[in-house]
Ligand binder design. Structure first.
Ligand code: ZN
Length: 510
């Protein structure tokens, strides 16, 4: 009996790009075994060394999470659909900038930080009544709902793809106080989706640009900006004066930090996540509902899930997901409708299909369970397996000891060695469409996903330099090649972007 298994975008490189695979078996375990037999590259992504399903991969039978049933022994009937739902957050190549991460700046004077349901609701001015009239004539919102919005506050973590549309709609809707945490500057490559910023804003701080735009949309609200990276030190203090936290982060450390801080601070988390054509949304960390860790107790190892910078994202996708997050924030503040609590929404832009999966609070959740082990914020980079290596351990002298110690090579060192006439095999592990944009002369293209079946094209005795866009995927490629017996593999630190910066500025960046 063949059962359909839906393959999420991040795992499609291992199924020859197929989004669904029919597998044989009568239980979920048999089906997954058959799936990994048909597509062996999936095995390492789904199962750990002990053959157990990895904790950052969830498997659903129709819309039920099988972790709470008999897991792999769960019987499958004809017509059932299995969904594999891995955690998606961006990736490790988005670095948290620690140097800039401590300054806490508050542009606005803030006003009364009192939150909670017993506060007095402010009245509406005549200007506000004109502006919000389409809300006021709707019984579900009405004057009282609009007053709740005026008294309400949302903190957006990030002014990027998700934060842009979310903050703009929240401002337009009249949410009284909108906070934004960000420390980045606007880049040309942001404009394809981060619609809060315009072309004249390139090079400006995202906060300044976002604040100008939100104030232009609605000068009657307060916009507070925090030029800092969200950290374990500042998260609880930042969250405290807000009613709802809107998670627009693009990397796992900040994702887990946001979740844990929401649980500890008792703030609902309007969650969204995007990758290529697929988005996720939910509301986490409400009193009764599950949190992100109930769904994914642990993050995937670094490099397993590519970031948007590596994997790309359809520009309109964060528009859809960010607006869903804003919708949920507005519903939480006004108390209308059914919040997306205990439900996990998955949106596939290519198929134009929404799916909804049930999500239960895990009594054993390390943060929101009955016996929590995480009772204060921890080091989330370490938790996510990101140990930024000290520069001196990375900057090795390639000439001295290429075989034993050298793992990385800089763009400048690579250029010097090529100019010297050293024999190096250059391998680009990016995707063909990236290779079309720019390339280092003389490289052969073997996308990371193809490497397990194509590494035999390379000679084990050659000195090999692998590279990708920024160095994350190629580090994984280098590890893989070493694991199959290649001893002279170097990773181009900073990828082709660093090569363009330092060696060949004539090529375009993306
Ligand atoms: Zn939880």
């Amino acid at each position: 009996m063949a059962t359909r298994i839906l393959i999420p975008t991040p795992l499609r490189p291992y199924t020859d790009k197929k989004d669904a695979v029919d597998a044989d078996g009568t239980t979920v375990g048999e089906l997954l075994a058959d799936l990994t037999k048909r597509h062996s590259g999936l095995k390492a992504h789904l199962f750990n060394e002990q053959g157990k399903l990895r904790s950052f991969v969830n498997v659903y039978l129709n819309d039920e999470d099988i972790r709470y049933l008999q897991k792999e022994e769960t019987k499958v009937s004809s017509g059932d659909t299995i969904s594999i739902i891995p955690s998606v957050a961006g990736g490790v190549e988005t670095t948290l900038d620690r140097d800039r991460g401590v300054r806490l700046e508050q542009d606005s004077t803030g006003g009364d930080p009192t939150t909670g349901s017993d506060r007095e609701l402010p009245s509406l001015t005549n200007d506000e009544i004109r502006r919000y009239s389409r809300h006021l004539i709707m019984p579900e919102v009405g004057v009282d709902g609009q007053r709740k919005l005026k008294a309400g506050s949302v903190l957006c973590i990030g002014a990027g793809g998700l934060g842009s549309p979310a903050a703009m709609y929240l401002a337009a809707a009249g949410v009284g106080r909108i906070g934004i945490v960000d420390f980045d500057v606007v880049d040309f490559s942001n404009l394809q989706r981060q619609i809060i910023h315009g072309t004249p804003d390139v090079g400006r701080s995202k906060l300044a640009s976002a604040k100008d735009r939100l104030t232009a949309i609605n000068p009657l609200i307060e916009v507070e900006t925090y030029e800092t990276a969200l950290s374990s030190e500042n998260a609880l203090k930042l969250f405290e004066p807000y009613d709802v936290i809107l998670d627009g982060t693009d990397n796992f450390p900040t994702r887990y930090l946001t979740n844990d801080a929401c649980v500890l601070a008792g703030k609902p988390n309007a969650y969204g996540s995007i990758f290529r054509f697929e988005g996720q949304a939910s509301v986490f960390a409400t009193q009764q509902g599950p949190c992100y860790r109930c769904l994914y107790p642990e993050p995937p190892p670094p490099g397993l899930v590519p970031s948007c910078a590596e994997g790309g994202v359809l520009g309109v996708l964060p528009g859809v997901i960010g607006v869903i997050q804003a919708t949920e924030a507005i519903k939480l503040i006004t108390g209308i409708g059914e919040p997306l609590v205990g439900r996990f929404l998955i949106y596939d832009a290519l198929r134009m299909r929404f799916r909804e999966l049930k999500l239960k609070k895990d009594p054993d959740c390390p943060v929101c369970g009955t016996h929590p082990t995480v009772t204060r914020l921890i080091d989330y980079e370490q938790f996510c397996g990101i140990h930024p290596a000290a520069p001196e351990t990375l900057t090795v002298k390639v000439q001295d000891n290429a075989q034993k110690n050298a793992l990385d090579i800089s763009a400048v060192e690579l250029k010097e060695r090529l100019d010297r006439g050293d024999t190096l095999t250059l391998v680009d592990v990016r995707e063909p469409n990236e290779y079309q944009i720019n390339r280092i002369p003389g490289t052969s293209l073997i996308p990371l996903g193809d490497l397990p079946r194509r590494y035999a094209e390379l000679n084990r005795d050659d000195e090999i330099v692998v590279h990708c866009k920024m160095g994350g995927r190629s580090a994984k490629a280098a590890d893989f090649l070493r694991s199959v017996g290649f001893s002279r593999v170097l990773n181009l630190r900073g990828g082709i972007l660093d090569w363009i910066d330092k060696v060949d500025p004539s090529q375009p960046k993306y």
